[in-house]
Design a protein around this ligand. Structure first.
Ligand code: SAM
Length: 247
């Protein structure tokens, strides 16, 4: 029988990363982030650090210059997954994962990633301001954040909070916080649908295989409510933008 811990791990098992992002789109963002050999890369709210590991790998090694990375998150299970991935890819000597509050991190880096984690700083505006302290002149930030694609209903605001901006305001805010917008792209509907389906996929598969488990009815109700909420409340309403910002 699957334990509660296994059910928690299953929740994210089918996800490549915890954001609406296709492989092609990730390649584009890493290209625009332009990680130079020998750079220090920092990922705040890294989860299991899939994009961090890829960013460090793209920087590579040139002579004595070895690209390094640090992932910071408060979720120990995600960090353990990240460390295992780093070992699998022979990047464990270059990439470390630290359990810490993102907002308490003080060491600057040449390339900083902050994707889906602006809430760790108190929201979009606070994150865009705070991150200027961590990116020196000539550095870049890959900032992934939610925005309202359409005016939200009260129900959508209740789920995602008051701090979400429309896209035009998000871009203006990035400028007001002192960044130059080098690149902007948004998750398309297929990326969103894939993200949402992958989030549920581990539990859907578990449910199909464990219909008689005493927890099955609870898991089924949770999955049904989440799908209903996605389709009924925020599909096409909540967007997700990727900005590569320079200073
Ligand atoms: C939506 S996930 C995004 C993860 C990752 N950036 C990615 O794209 O796959 C948000 C992450 O922020 C982390 N997080 C939430 N609050 C945090 C905090 N105060 N400090 C550090 N990380 C935090 C969560 O544990 C989670 O891994």
């Amino acid at each position: 029988m699957t334990s509660i811990d296994d059910l928690a791990a299953i929740r994210y098992a089918r996800m490549r990363w915890n954001a609406p992002l296709s492989e092609d789109h990730a390649d584009l963002l890493l290209d625009r982030l332009g990680v130079p050999a020998g750079a220090r890369v920092l990922d705040l709210g890294c989860g299991w650090g899939e994009l961090l590991l890829r960013a460090v790998a793209t920087g590579g090694t040139a002579g004595a210059l070895r690209t390094t990375g640090v992932g910071v998150d408060t979720n120990d299970a995600d960090l353990a997954r990240g460390r295992a991935l780093a070992v699998e890819r022979s990047l464990d000597a270059q990439v470390t994962f630290v359990e810490q509050e993102a907002a308490a991190w003080r060491e600057p880096a040449d390339r900083v990633l902050c994707i889906g984690a602006s809430h760790a700083f108190g929201g979009t505006v606070a994150a865009l301001d705070a991150l200027t302290e961590l990116v020196p002149s000539g550095g870049r930030l890959l900032f992934g954040d939610g925005y309202w694609e359409r005016p939200p209903t009260a129900e959508a605001v209740e789920i995602f909070g008051e701090g979400i901006l429309p896209l035009a305001d998000l871009v203006e805010q990035a400028r007001a916080s002192g960044w130059r917008v080098l690149h902007l792209s948004t998750a398309d509907q297929r990326e969103w649908d894939d993200f949402e389906a992958r989030w549920r996929a581990g539990r859907q598969e578990w449910l199909l295989e464990n219909a008689a488990d005493p927890r099955a009815s609870e898991v089924r109700a949770e999955l049904d409510a989440q799908l209903r909420q996605y389709v009924g409340v925020y599909r096409g309403v909540l967007g997700f933008a990727y900005l590569v910002l320079g200073r």
